[in-house]
Write a protein that binds this ligand. Structure first.
Ligand SMILES: [Zn+2]
Ligand SMILES: [Zn+2]
Length: 467
């Protein structure tokens, strides 16, 4: 029976509200621009008069403006503009602009009744086997979840952290929780959706990222980029934040706030990362809510990167010369028919290298964040239609290709932090069939970031493989 939230009414007094189930399914847990609601005005008006939908101004103006959607209060993050709708000077929020403009005369809508009741029986179709270590981590996570406690899983690259989630999600569905898997990267959303849907075939799984088709259905599992969470409020009982250290989430406290506000009052967060900060580890360890998955799922150690000088590589590439050592490394990959990734610090250096390399090496291409063919090019590398890809740090994570070999050209550059170098190294040896491979940091001067990456990987290998 549907009833008003947080109001205790004797059962004989309860009248079942009559509402449109489609409106409930779409709006439940969301904070949506009223003008963009995909329903007829008459239907919406009825729900508002019945107080099933609350509407509120997008920006509250007091002595300080406040964006109701992203909770921005910084004056410099609001701008005035001449507004067509309210025929005057209106204020809009810059912080969440990429999800559509919120201004003083924008109204936001929120569902006030209970969420839909799932009629589907949760059934897990995934039948894989967890390793002993994965199983232990999964038990630890479940224990935190049931206690309503946030938890951090530190899992080395290629440890199989998605598999750990299966029993956790299965239990959450039994509890009738609404679950969100949030990640800073669209690529990760796209890769995760089919895997989660295949594991829980009877449950509605919805992907949310910029540019994807909107569905009106209520989904018990939402897989979204962290930006999309600006549009939710107290919606989820469990939010799993994958790649919690990835840009922009790690540096953007508004995005972190968006995750927190999307979590229900009794909800919990599960944070996943291969490269947590020392502070994160310490703070979760203190609450006994930290798990470390130190072994890869296939049991073979992580590849330790080799550090090799490539003096004056930048000058040479800009003069249209590819350093000999780099050519030899690429030819070695071609000889063993292994796909490769070459990481560069900037787009222009990468394009200069591509111009020269494409005359010597068959089937190569380059990718960067705004490349519209990014996903297609990665797919072609996977299908062996390309022998290698030149890339910026955009492919540092979220990509798994069998037998991949990796080199960084100019590893001394500031964009290659220790965490980035660990993630890049983690692209290699991820499959059972090809569990080893080569990672090379070519440089014009060794940095402590390169050596600490090597040290951390060696230390992790020791911890994971000497037990
Ligand atoms: Zn905002
Ligand atoms: Zn206006």
């Amino acid at each position: 029976m549907t009833r008003l939230l947080n109001v205790k009414i004797p059962p004989q007094m309860i009248k079942t509200p009559i509402f449109d189930a489609e409106v409930q399914q779409f709006l439940c847990g969301r904070l949506w621009q009223f003008d963009d609601l995909p329903f007829l005005q008459d239907i919406l008006r009825y729900h508002i008069t019945q107080k099933f939908i609350a509407i509120m101004p997008g920006i509250q103006q007091g002595h300080k403006p406040f964006c109701r959607r992203c909770h921005n209060t910084k004056k410099q993050q609001f701008h005035h503009f001449t507004c067509e709708r309210c025929k005057g000077s209106c204020l809009y929020c810059l912080q969440c602009l990429q999800l559509g403009r919120i201004s003083c005369c924008t109204m936001l809508a929120k569902w006030c009744l209970a969420p839909p009741v799932s009629r589907h029986h949760p059934k897990m179709s995934w039948q894989g086997q967890l390793t002993a270590q994965q199983q232990q981590v999964s038990i630890d996570v479940l224990s935190s979840m049931m206690k309503g406690r946030n938890h951090l899983v530190h899992a080395v690259t290629g440890a199989g952290k998605t598999e750990i989630l299966f029993p956790v999600i299965a239990q959450a569905l039994i509890e009738n929780w609404r679950i969100c898997i949030a990640t800073p990267r669209t690529d990760v959303v796209i890769e995760l959706v089919p895997r989660i849907q295949q594991a829980f075939t009877t449950i509605e799984v919805q992907a949310l990222y910029a540019g994807q088709k909107k569905s009106k259905k209520y989904a018990q599992i939402v897989i979204a980029t962290t930006h999309q969470l600006y549009r939710f409020e107290e919606a989820f009982d469990l939010i799993i934040v994958d790649e919690v250290d990835a840009f922009p989430y790690s540096k953007d406290h508004y995005l972190q706030h968006a995750v927190n506000k999307s979590c229900s009052r009794v909800g919990r967060l599960l944070l996943l990362t291969a490269t947590p900060t020392i502070q994160q580890i310490a703070s979760f360890k203190k609450k006994a809510a930290y798990s470390f998955l130190s072994r890869r799922f296939h049991g073979v150690a992580l590849p330790v990167p080799k550090i090799q000088p490539l003096w004056n590589y930048e000058r040479k590439i800009r003069q249209n010369i590819i350093p000999k050592k780099l050519i030899i490394w690429i030819e070695k990959c071609l000889a063993i028919k292994a796909p490769f990734l070459l990481f560069f610090s900037s787009i222009d250096l990468m394009l200069a290298a591509e111009k020269r390399l494409s005359q010597q090496i068959p089937q190569i291409a380059s990718v960067y964040a705004d490349d519209p063919k990014r996903h297609e090019k990665v797919r072609k590398l996977r299908q062996k239609k390309y022998s290698g890809l030149l890339t910026t740090t955009i492919l540092e994570r979220g990509i798994t290709i069998a037998n991949l070999q990796v080199a960084v050209v100019g590893a001394e550059h500031a964009v290659f932090t220790t965490a980035t170098l660990i993630q890049i190294s983690g692209r290699v040896g991820r499959s059972k069939q090809f569990s080893i491979g080569e990672v090379v940091f070519f440089h014009h001067g060794i940095t402590t970031k390169m050596t600490s990456c090597q040290r951390i990987i060696k230390k992790t290998n020791k911890m994971g493989y000497t037990v």
